[in-house]
Design a protein around this ligand. Structure first.
Ligand SMILES: [Zn+2]
Length: 144
Protein backbone atom coordinates (compact mmCIF):
# COMPACT_ATOMS: atom_id res chain seq x y z
CA UNK A 1 0.00 0.00 0.00
CA UNK A 2 0.98 3.62 -0.42
CA UNK A 3 2.34 5.08 2.78
CA UNK A 4 0.03 7.92 3.69
CA UNK A 5 1.56 10.52 5.94
CA UNK A 6 -0.59 12.54 8.32
CA UNK A 7 -1.12 16.14 7.29
CA UNK A 8 0.37 18.54 9.81
CA UNK A 9 -1.19 21.96 9.49
CA UNK A 10 0.86 24.97 10.56
CA UNK A 11 -1.53 26.06 13.30
CA UNK A 12 -1.44 22.69 15.11
CA UNK A 13 -0.15 22.60 18.65
CA UNK A 14 2.39 19.90 19.63
CA UNK A 15 -0.26 17.87 21.51
CA UNK A 16 -2.55 18.06 18.48
CA UNK A 17 0.25 16.79 16.26
CA UNK A 18 0.86 13.95 18.69
CA UNK A 19 -2.80 12.95 18.79
CA UNK A 20 -2.98 13.26 15.02
CA UNK A 21 -0.07 10.84 14.66
CA UNK A 22 -1.83 8.44 17.06
CA UNK A 23 -5.02 8.63 15.01
CA UNK A 24 -3.03 8.15 11.81
CA UNK A 25 -1.48 4.99 13.26
CA UNK A 26 -4.91 3.77 14.37
CA UNK A 27 -6.31 4.35 10.88
CA UNK A 28 -3.41 2.40 9.42
CA UNK A 29 -4.20 -0.51 11.73
CA UNK A 30 -7.85 -0.30 10.65
CA UNK A 31 -6.75 -0.27 7.01
CA UNK A 32 -4.56 -3.31 7.52
CA UNK A 33 -7.42 -5.10 9.21
CA UNK A 34 -5.73 -5.30 12.61
CA UNK A 35 -8.23 -3.15 14.49
CA UNK A 36 -11.80 -3.79 15.53
CA UNK A 37 -14.21 -2.36 13.01
CA UNK A 38 -17.54 -0.85 13.89
CA UNK A 39 -19.67 0.82 11.19
CA UNK A 40 -17.52 3.92 11.26
CA UNK A 41 -14.36 1.83 11.14
CA UNK A 42 -15.75 0.02 8.12
CA UNK A 43 -16.54 3.34 6.49
CA UNK A 44 -13.02 4.59 7.19
CA UNK A 45 -11.43 1.44 5.84
CA UNK A 46 -13.48 1.61 2.66
CA UNK A 47 -12.50 5.26 2.19
CA UNK A 48 -8.81 4.45 2.65
CA UNK A 49 -9.03 1.66 0.07
CA UNK A 50 -10.75 4.05 -2.35
CA UNK A 51 -8.01 6.58 -1.63
CA UNK A 52 -5.26 4.15 -2.58
CA UNK A 53 -7.13 3.20 -5.78
CA UNK A 54 -7.66 6.85 -6.77
CA UNK A 55 -4.00 7.65 -6.10
CA UNK A 56 -2.95 4.66 -8.22
CA UNK A 57 -5.12 6.04 -11.05
CA UNK A 58 -3.79 9.59 -10.60
CA UNK A 59 -7.37 10.74 -9.92
CA UNK A 60 -6.46 13.07 -7.07
CA UNK A 61 -8.09 16.23 -8.43
CA UNK A 62 -11.59 14.75 -8.36
CA UNK A 63 -14.60 15.23 -6.11
CA UNK A 64 -14.37 11.53 -5.30
CA UNK A 65 -10.87 12.07 -3.93
CA UNK A 66 -12.22 15.02 -1.92
CA UNK A 67 -14.81 12.61 -0.47
CA UNK A 68 -12.19 10.12 0.67
CA UNK A 69 -10.10 12.94 2.15
CA UNK A 70 -13.22 13.98 4.07
CA UNK A 71 -14.02 10.44 5.22
CA UNK A 72 -10.48 9.93 6.48
CA UNK A 73 -10.59 13.17 8.46
CA UNK A 74 -8.43 15.29 6.10
CA UNK A 75 -11.26 17.78 6.07
CA UNK A 76 -9.38 21.02 5.30
CA UNK A 77 -7.87 19.50 2.15
CA UNK A 78 -11.30 18.09 1.26
CA UNK A 79 -12.89 21.56 1.47
CA UNK A 80 -10.23 23.05 -0.82
CA UNK A 81 -10.58 20.27 -3.40
CA UNK A 82 -14.35 19.66 -3.44
CA UNK A 83 -16.11 21.35 -6.38
CA UNK A 84 -19.71 20.36 -5.53
CA UNK A 85 -20.97 23.43 -3.63
CA UNK A 86 -23.43 21.48 -1.46
CA UNK A 87 -20.80 18.99 -0.30
CA UNK A 88 -18.24 21.77 0.13
CA UNK A 89 -20.69 23.63 2.40
CA UNK A 90 -21.38 20.44 4.36
CA UNK A 91 -17.64 19.85 4.89
CA UNK A 92 -17.20 23.46 6.02
CA UNK A 93 -20.04 23.00 8.55
CA UNK A 94 -18.41 19.85 9.86
CA UNK A 95 -15.07 21.66 10.21
CA UNK A 96 -16.78 24.52 12.06
CA UNK A 97 -18.39 21.96 14.39
CA UNK A 98 -15.01 20.30 15.03
CA UNK A 99 -13.40 23.63 15.91
CA UNK A 100 -16.15 24.57 18.38
CA UNK A 101 -15.45 24.35 22.09
CA UNK A 102 -16.19 20.75 23.09
CA UNK A 103 -18.67 21.88 25.73
CA UNK A 104 -20.58 24.27 23.46
CA UNK A 105 -24.28 23.63 23.03
CA UNK A 106 -27.30 25.57 21.79
CA UNK A 107 -29.84 27.29 24.01
CA UNK A 108 -32.97 25.51 22.87
CA UNK A 109 -34.47 22.48 24.65
CA UNK A 110 -33.79 19.99 21.86
CA UNK A 111 -32.27 16.60 22.58
CA UNK A 112 -28.73 15.58 21.67
CA UNK A 113 -28.59 13.09 18.85
CA UNK A 114 -25.36 11.34 17.83
CA UNK A 115 -25.38 11.26 14.02
CA UNK A 116 -22.16 9.30 13.56
CA UNK A 117 -18.56 9.29 14.66
CA UNK A 118 -16.00 11.22 12.65
CA UNK A 119 -12.17 11.05 12.64
CA UNK A 120 -11.45 14.50 14.03
CA UNK A 121 -7.93 15.90 13.55
CA UNK A 122 -8.41 18.27 16.46
CA UNK A 123 -9.24 15.42 18.82
CA UNK A 124 -6.89 12.86 17.24
CA UNK A 125 -9.54 10.13 17.13
CA UNK A 126 -13.02 9.32 15.94
CA UNK A 127 -15.53 11.15 18.07
CA UNK A 128 -19.26 11.80 18.18
CA UNK A 129 -20.98 14.23 15.82
CA UNK A 130 -23.84 15.48 18.00
CA UNK A 131 -26.80 17.36 16.58
CA UNK A 132 -29.66 19.14 18.29
CA UNK A 133 -33.04 17.63 17.38
CA UNK A 134 -34.73 21.05 17.36
CA UNK A 135 -32.28 23.40 15.68
CA UNK A 136 -29.33 23.04 13.31
CA UNK A 137 -26.69 23.18 16.03
CA UNK A 138 -23.95 20.57 15.63
CA UNK A 139 -20.84 19.93 17.68
CA UNK A 140 -18.14 17.28 17.34
CA UNK A 141 -17.46 16.23 20.92
CA UNK A 142 -17.45 13.29 23.27
CA UNK A 143 -18.23 15.59 26.20
CA UNK A 144 -21.89 16.35 25.52
ZN1 LIG B 1 -30.92 23.44 19.52
Amino acid sequence: MTEIEPVILSHFKPEEIESLRAEHERQKQVFLGHAYLDNDGERLREAMQRMVALEANHAMETDEYAEVLYETGRIEEAIVLMKDPIKKAHYQQRLDAILKDDGAWCNCDGEKQVIRRYPSMKHGKSIAVVKCTKCEFVNVSDQL
